[in-house]
Design a protein around this ligand. Structure first.
Ligand code: 13P
Ligand code: SF4
Length: 330
């Protein structure tokens, strides 16, 4: 066991016996350590299947805030682990691969965002949860794609608002609320990739299919959508809709749960622009594997830590989101 080497690699890089029953061992370690495995819908199917709870960004934060477990293994990306740690500082928060970052969070460096906030005195700062803890520390209220509209609506119409870092989500929220929020110019490299032409070709092949899109997609893609929502909202819509087939414009991991919940329906991943691949995966999310999850639980590595001073400030904007969401029944 060489923790120095692991630190450089970003995960506990120990060989896993291929003959071992990995899923049984993960369950055993989980019991032994009183751990809970939380997974985002963009994880691989095998990770989603072994998780105690799967959900979107809001649900993962809500779960992390209330779990009685001693250890949280966050199968998702780094900002989700940070949010869990900020909400449950007394717990050990682990992530299978520490390199699982987020291009959207990376598009919003703290110092530059702080400067942007200073340049807009009197503005309320609303930040998408896909940000670092340091950005959340200079934020008034955090939102996710599930609650962004309702939280923006909870402010008076004349409120001056900075919305960061996702310009696509910001544009979408402006369009449905009639606001003129000022944006930070960031985006998610996965959701920006969807090809309008390829979605239209799929629509010609499957004219009966509904197009479902995540609001992180560009406006031109959202214009093609029959339904727009967070991963959890897209899943709920797929379950409730009378349609039998769907073209899904978000990270393709969600198709696993859609197919499980709706075995008789057809889900077609919307393809990205510049690839021969039919679906669109987040390379950060997919760094987590079942083997890394096993090693992470076994060696309790890598651990997510948040500077306590930053956490003390960031917790306010996250708690405010959770409180509003609870009042709204979200
Ligand atoms: P939601 O989990 O809010 O749908 O956001 C999707 C996403 O991009 C997470 O990184
Ligand atoms: Fe970040 Fe986009 Fe990956 Fe979500 S899908 S973690 S927003 S890079």
């Amino acid at each position: 066991m060489n923790r120095e080497k692991w630190l450089k690699k970003g995960f506990a890089d120990e060989p896993v016996d291929p003959a071992m029953d990995l899923k049984a061992e993960i369950s055993r370690l989980k019991e032994e350590k009183n751990a809970v495995i939380l997974a985002h819908y963009y994880q691989t199917g095998e990770i989603q299947d072994i998780a105690d709870f799967i959900g979107d960004s809001l649900a993962l934060a809500q779960w992390a805030a209330k779990t009685k477990a001693d250890v949280i293994v966050l199968c998702g990306v780094h900002f989700m682990g940070e949010t869990a740690k900020i909400l449950s500082p007394e717990k050990k928060v682990l992530i299978p691969d520490y390199r699982a970052g987020c291009s959207l969070a990376d598009s919003c460096p703290t110092e530059e965002f702080e400067q942007f906030v200073k340049e807009h005195p009197g503005y309320t700062v609303i930040s998408y949860v896909n940000t670092t803890a340091a950005v959340k520390a200079v934020t008034d209220v955090v939102v996710t794609s599930t609650n962004a509209k309702q939280i923006v609506d909870s402010f008076p119409k004349e409120e001056k608002i900075i919305f960061g870092p996702d310009r696509n989500l910001g544009n979408y929220i402006n369009s449905i609320t009639g606001r003129e929020m000022v944006f930070w110019n960031g985006a998610c490299h996965v959701h920006e990739q969807f090809s309008v032409e390829k979605i239209m070709e799929l629509k010609t092949l499957h004219p009966e299919a509904e197009v479902l899109a995540h609001p992180e997609c560009k406006g031109v893609v959202l214009q093609l959508a029959d339904f727009i929502g967070s991963t959890a909202a897209l899943l709920k819509h797929a379950i409730c809709s009378p349609a039998r087939s769907f073209i899904v414009a978000t990270e393709s991991g969600i198709l696993h749960e859609m197919q499980k919940k709706c075995p008789g329906k057809t889900f077609i991943p919307a393809p990205p622009n510049d690839s021969t691949c039919a679906c669109n995966e987040c390379s950060f999310m997919r760094l987590n594997t079942l083997e890394k999850l096993y090693n992470c639980l076994k060696y309790e590595f890598p651990v997510i830590e948040v500077d306590p001073e930053v956490a003390l400030k960031a917790v306010n904007s996250i708690r405010r989101m959770l409180d509003i969401s609870e009042k709204l029944g979200l």
